[in-house]
Design a binder for this molecule. Structure first.
Ligand code: FAD
Ligand code: FES
Length: 260
């Protein structure tokens, strides 16, 4: 993990409230695993806490990394106002990242993303594909209007879409797509990032599969394991005192390791 002032080389809006930003700096040399995140200082003196954002793409040759974020509160709104040439104070890469080594060439992975949980699944899918693993994407959005990155995923493999309002793909959440798929085949591993309800459903649908990797989201402060702001409970803990820290022990856990 390092800290660096990175330079924005591009920023564009992909959909309402959804932005893609590409940054350059030496920090990219440290980025290896999909599912890791960077912790970005908001360039405003009254905002002390950094904002955690997943790495969407790593390009070591170009020395760039890309993030995709949705404006929520003041911090992400400040990010959206930045332009090419502006700089950001970035710490990273943080977190454990997805385990891609549990699979071998020829095996099949289900890659599942919901809403603003979709960005890290792109670098994951790219790396799985490079390892000869067959990827099937299941992507869920609120509506067609806020959908993004569809073509990029299609270029990597079989991609199925769901929207809450049915304006694009199957109507409903990705659960509908998954229930249909698992009647025909079982994947060797499942990777997911999205809302807690979606992760719970995935843990249930694939309860017999030991390779179900879920990316959790918790509010964070330090982002590096020191403050315990981001804890999540573990199963079979009768005292309720055991927990894991999402920032440094996660954000990716096997479904069997955490209480969702
Ligand atoms: P505010 O609501 O004003 O934020 C107030 C405080 O709460 C800040 O400290 C903020 O960091 C924290 N906070 C608010 N919402 C969240 C949240 N959902 N998760 C964690 N902290 C939160 N969002 C994206 O759009 N794209 C991503 O790729 C992405 N990756 C993430 C990866 C991880 C590991 C985590 C934990 C969160 C990720 N998020 C991502 C969520 C993102 O961090 C929040 O949307 C963002 O911090 C909101 O900041 P804000 O100032 O706009 O909102
Ligand atoms: Fe401080 Fe996780 S955010 S320990």
């Amino acid at each position: 993990m390092k800290q660096e002032i990175m330079t924005i080389i591009s920023q564009q809006q992909l959909a309402p409230r959804i932005f893609q930003m590409t940054l350059t700096g030496d920090l990219v040399n440290e980025m290896e695993k999909p599912g890791q995140f960077i912790h970005i200082k908001v360039p405003r003196v009254d905002m002390l806490l950094r904002r955690p954002i997943s790495i969407n793409q790593i390009d070591k040759e170009a020395k760039t990394c890309t993030i995709i974020y949705r404006t929520e509160g003041d911090g992400t709104k400040v990010f959206a106002e930045l332009t090419t040439g502006d700089t950001l104070d970035v710490m990273g890469p943080l977190g454990n990242g997805f385990d891609v080594e549990c699979l071998t060439a020829g095996q099949k992975a289900y890659v599942i993303g919901g809403g603003i949980g979709i960005p890290p699944m792109y670098e994951l899918s790219k790396q799985l594909k490079q390892r000869g693993i067959e990827v099937v994407h299941f992507l869920g959005y609120a509506s067609k209007e806020v959908a993004y990155f569809q073509d990029e995923f299609i270029a990597l493999g079989d991609t199925r879409f769901a929207t809450d309002d049915g304006s694009f793909g199957v109507e409903g959440n990705v659960g509908n797509l998954l229930l249909d798929a698992v009647q025909k085949e079982q994947p060797d591993a499942v990777y997911a990032c999205g809302a807690n309800g979606m992760l719970k459903m995935i843990a249930q649908v694939f309860s017999d599969n030991p390779n179900v990797f879920l990316s959790l989201e918790q509010r964070m402060a330090c982002g590096m394991g020191a403050c315990y702001a981001c804890v999540c409970h573990v199963p079979d803990d009768e005292t309720g005192t055991k927990s894991v820290k999402v920032c440094d022990e996660g954000p990716i856990f096997r479904a069997s390791e955490v209480v969702l």
